[in-house]
Design a protein around this ligand. Structure first.
Ligand code: PMP
Length: 425
């Protein structure tokens, strides 16, 4: 491989030692070496605007998080079998952002693990097996949760007791009542479970339907859904891995926009700005029942270092007022996308809440998804040094989900790159 150019050499090395499962972004993959705020840099010093990564939500290499981790890592790092104040302080602080009913929180290392425990709880408490998800959902990669994540692809075995409802596609569905529409679809699936002798256990929904194509509106549409789930004896799990931690600009948690109280709330990605840390908040009645039979231990989860990182992230969210910032600057970003794309006719719908925006790349003049153009657009944006990706059942929805420190200047950079990329299609 010595004769290949250096970037190719790295791709060959990657393939040979990491095996074939990992996927890279972009035809010309990026090799990043440094990050600050909402920008990342390659080895040549080229500045890329990160409009996609929701994990470093308080900014790449946020100094406060770096300092908290460094301090705790050089003091002590253990696990939840010893008493430590970090986990208690953080748990109390985080629960104060939630409705009173959600009064216990447990920690894991990934969103998958959080969902895994939540689904097991729903099944245990309901005495059923049947879980409902949306058609393009992604909830994680454990054996249990990958069986509830149809977006992974047709070769991954789906749980035989799982049922899907279609994407709540407010752009294409002709209904003024998306909540009622979802209730009808859920009722159909519960009936189908009954016909197959499966007892309904609950639903697992990402409240912004991110892999389904980003459907946040109208806020409140999940209220009748929760009521229905409870009437049917199921539990409602809010997967807040995507909409949580101020992302939507309307409320700290995505479910709060809908005025609902889930039975369990799972969270991850942005929680500790990149240090592995996830959680599951739950009503104590539920976890008390479960704990009679089952203990829980997770080696790295809730460690003093993870908790220090999470606490510093929470402090940054508050002190920099990133909820309000996501609301205001997110609205500007959405408007800028509408304006930058108007002339091209290629973007049929721009929707979103705060810093989570989906833009439908369509055949001009129609609502028909245009996946090929969407893929080209993402590649062109990369050439203009702006990083975004795609989602949705047709893979044509531009997914714009930057770190929450994304600035007004970043909005201009983004809009400029989008306009130029659309012109070059
Ligand atoms: N739920 C949702 C909605 C997600 O988007 C993801 C990750 N993309 C997960 C769960 C799984 O999280 P993790 O990769 O940390 O296991």
């Amino acid at each position: 491989i010595g004769e290949l150019d250096p970037s190719m050499q790295e791709l060959v090395r990657r393939r040979s030692v990491l095996g074939p499962c990992y996927r890279l972004f972009y035809q010309r993959p990026l090799h990043l070496v440094r990050g600050v705020g909402s920008h990342v840099f390659d080895a040549d010093g080229t500045d890329y605007l990160d409009a996609y990564n929701n994990i470093p939500s308080v900014g790449h290499c946020n100094q406060r998080v770096v300092d908290a981790v460094t301090h705790q890592m050089s003091t002590l790092n253990t696990h939840t079998r010893y008493v430590h104040e970090n986990i208690l302080d953080y748990a109390e602080d985080l629960l104060s952002t939630m409705p009173d009913e959600l009064d216990n929180i447990m920690f894991m290392c990934s969103g998958s693990e959080a969902n895994d425990l939540a689904v097991r709880l729903a099944q245990f408490i309901s005495g059923g097996e049947g879980i409902i998800v949306t058609k393009e959902a992604y909830h994680g990669n454990t054996a249990l949760i990958s069986g509830l994540s149809p977006s992974i692809g047709p070769n991954v075995p789906m749980s035989p007791t799982m049922r899907m409802i279609p994407t709540p596609d407010t752009y294409r569905l002709e209904t003024g009542d998306i909540g009622g529409w979802m209730c009808d679809r859920i009722s159909e699936q519960i009936s189908d479970m009954r016909r197959h002798g499966i007892k309904f256990a609950g639903v697992l929904f990402d409240g912004i339907f991110s892999s389904d194509g980003v459907f946040p509106d109208d806020a409140g549409f999940l209220k009748p859904v929760v009521d229905l789930v409870h009437r049917e004896g199921g539990l409602y799990i809010a997967d807040e891995v995507q909409p949580g931690f101020c992302r939507t600009g309307d409320a700290f948690w995505g479910f709060q926009r809908h005025g609902i109280v889930p039975d369990m709330v799972t969270m991850g990605k942005p929680m500790a700005n990149g240090i592995p840390c996830s959680g599951m908040a739950v009503k104590h009645q539920i976890i008390d029942e479960y704990a009679r039979l089952y203990p829980y231990f997770n080696t790295f989860a809730g460690s003093p270092v993870a908790m220090a990182a999470a606490q510093a992230t929470l402090a940054e969210l508050r002190e920099k007022n990133l909820l309000q910032h996501a609301h205001d600057t997110g609205a500007h970003l959405k408007q800028a996308i509408v304006e930058a794309s108007a002339a091209s006719g290629r973007i049929g719908d721009v929707r979103g809440a705060g810093f989570f925006i989906g833009a439908e790349v369509v055949v001009p003049g129609a609502t028909r998804p245009d996946r090929l153009t969407a893929v080209k657009l993402v590649e062109l944006m990369r050439e203009h040094h702006v990083l975004v990706s795609l989602c949705g059942p047709f893979g044509n929805v531009l997914k714009v989900r930057p770190p929450l420190v994304f600035s007004e200047d970043d909005v201009d950079i983004f809009a400029n790159a989008l306009e130029r990329s659309l012109n070059e299609l």
